[in-house]
Design a protein around this ligand. Structure first.
Ligand code: BES
Ligand code: MN
Ligand code: ZN
Length: 501
């Protein structure tokens, strides 16, 4: 046969057929019963004694023993066309099960980098218990994410494309779920990494429609004129400075056997770009503000994963979206805005825009008589300043029992929650001279006054999640990578997976 040029992606696609497998982007998961020769492998050994049965040569075994006694718990053997990695379980030192899972994801991250630097395509995992193995696989997969859309010429695409789990049973369900989650995180990162030159508010709604189609979720998008008819004053005020219309997307996943009678509602801040508006941001704080729709990305992609994994909960996602700009007609400090629910807001800083559109969405959520509402937003620099990129700031009025299961879900996926105080005292800081409230508090407790503002638009059990810290990173952090992280997708899925009405 003539030697046709076959692109690498297609070559790989042709190679992968058989077995139980799951594919996302250029990644594929497989589970098989026995490890294959000639493919890189990572094995977990539970003690020095297990070295004997590792299949390594005598020389390698004594080298490994020495490493182990020196407390070097990770080793690798270069087999020229593949690698053999050995991890001793003593090296996984986390104090809690959740900490250990995070270390397993970190192991996946470390190995992902090695495999890609040697242009290797596949890796097998052996000797781990199921949960640990899935965590390593998750770390490997999430670390392999790249955003190459805007690179011209030769694409420096990662070589890793197959993760093989060696296990006695096929892990079909588990891999299906892992695939759904990883795919959703990738999509959330893509959305965050997309600049506003592509992803404006109507486009964001379009992407949500596409996701809905792919996962079998009902999607309705309200246009500007519908938003006007509904009198969503907060969203429209922020949109006034823009040439581009706003959008309001409604996704609904209602499986036949849902565990909850009344829906759970997720609300995501969809500010596709935040210049600050007339209260203009300084240049350096503006650089990363394409990330200001990370809340929207988190809720829409989490819902996608929930539908894909067929998790039996009735969930609705609401995404109010616009950019925030100092255009000709921009809303102005001193303006009084009548919100969707009729309350009035004195705008004293146009850069406190997220709460304006979230408030409308939260008030809109009342019509569904929700069991619980959770909003996700890159809402305040104050939240990021308080705890950095290491967790999610939360606060709200949900029952203690619900809060505690949220915190547990957060630990499990290492998207940890920190609950801030939510005393009534903070509401006083929002008192306005001429309207029902102003849109900023005082010089202190900025993350909390933002939450208190939102609370005024709720009448149901509710939690607010400020993801300004972890949503977008300027340097890589393990499998979270750099730039858009897709933070909160895994948290939402984990929480709803375990949710009991
Ligand atoms: N989108 C920003 C918050 C933000 C800051 C997100 C850093 C991600 C990283 C939000 O709209 C904002 O500008 N908040 C103001 C509120 C202030 C004017 C009361 C802030 O935090 O400075
Ligand atoms: Mn802002
Ligand atoms: Zn913002």
């Amino acid at each position: 046969m003539a030697a046709f040029f076959v692109p690498k992606g297609l070559q790989r696609a042709l190679l992968r057929k058989n077995l139980f497998s799951q594919k996302i982007k250029d990644m594929e998961f497989q589970s098989i019963k026995k490890a294959q020769a000639g493919i890189s492998k990572i094995s977990l050994l539970n003690s020095q004694a297990e070295i004997k049965t590792s299949g390594l040569s005598k020389e390698e075994q004594s080298w490994l023993k020495k490493r182990h006694s020196q407390k070097d718990y990770f080793s690798s053997f270069n087999r020229l066309t593949s690698f053999e990695f050995i991890q001793f379980s003593e090296g996984i030192s986390g104090k809690t099960e959740a900490e250990k899972l995070e270390q397993y994801r970190g192991l996946g991250n470390k190995i992902c980098a090695i495999l890609n630097s040697y242009k290797l395509e596949s890796i097998q995992l052996e000797g781990f218990d199921k949960q640990a193995m899935l965590a390593v696989a998750e770390g490997l997969c999430l670390s392999n994410y790249q955003f190459l859309k805007y690179r011209s010429g030769e694409k420096e695409s990662n070589s890793l494309s197959k993760i093989i789990l060696v296990h006695e049973s096929p892990l079909k369900e588990e891999l299906n779920q892992l695939e759904a989650i990883c795919e959703a995180v990738f999509m959330a990162r893509d959305l965050v990494n997309e600049p506003q030159s592509y992803l404006d508010a109507p486009k964001l709604a379009g992407e949500i429609r596409k996701m809905g189609k792919k996962a079998g979720i009902k999607v309705e998008v309200l246009s500007k004129s519908q938003i006007e008819t509904l009198k969503m004053g907060g969203l429209l005020a922020v949109n006034q400075g823009s040439q581009t219309p706003p959008s309001f997307s409604i996704m609904e996943y209602k499986p036949a056997k849902a565990r909850n009678k009344k829906p759970i509602i997720l609300v995501g801040k969809g500010v596709v770009y935040d210049t600050g508006g007339l209260s203009l941001k300084p240049t350096s704080s503006m650089d990363t503000m394409k990330c200001d729709m990370a809340g929207a990305a988190a809720v829409s992609c989490a819902l996608y994963a929930i539908a894909k994994a067929a998790i039996p909960v009735h969930v609705i996602a609401l995404v109010p979206a616009t950019d925030n700009r100092p255009g000709e007609n921009a809303y102005t400090p001193g303006d009084v805005v009548t919100m969707y629910d009729g309350q009035t807001v004195e705008v004293l800083n146009t850069d406190a825009e997220g709460r304006m559109l979230l408030a409308d969405a939260l008030a809109y959520a009342k019509k569904y008589k929700p069991e619980l509402v959770m909003d996700f937003a890159t809402l305040t620099g104050a939240a990021a300043a308080a705890i950095g990129q290491y967790g999610i700031v939360c606060m709200g009025t949900a029952e203690e029992k619900v809060k505690s299961s949220m915190k547990q879900a957060g630990e499990q996926v290492h998207e940890r929650l920190v609950e801030f105080p939510f005393w009534d005292d903070y509401s006083k800081l929002l008192k306005s001279d001429i309207a029902d409230m102003k849109n900023i508090g005082g010089p202190v407790a900025g993350a909390i006054t933002a939450g208190k503002f939102l609370e005024k638009f709720t009448d149901y059990p509710w939690m607010h999640f400020d993801i300004a810290g972890p949503a977008y990173l300027s340097s890589p952090d393990s499998y979270r990578g750099k730039n858009g992280t897709g933070t909160a997708v895994r948290f939402i899925v984990e929480f709803l997976k375990n949710y009991q009405a």
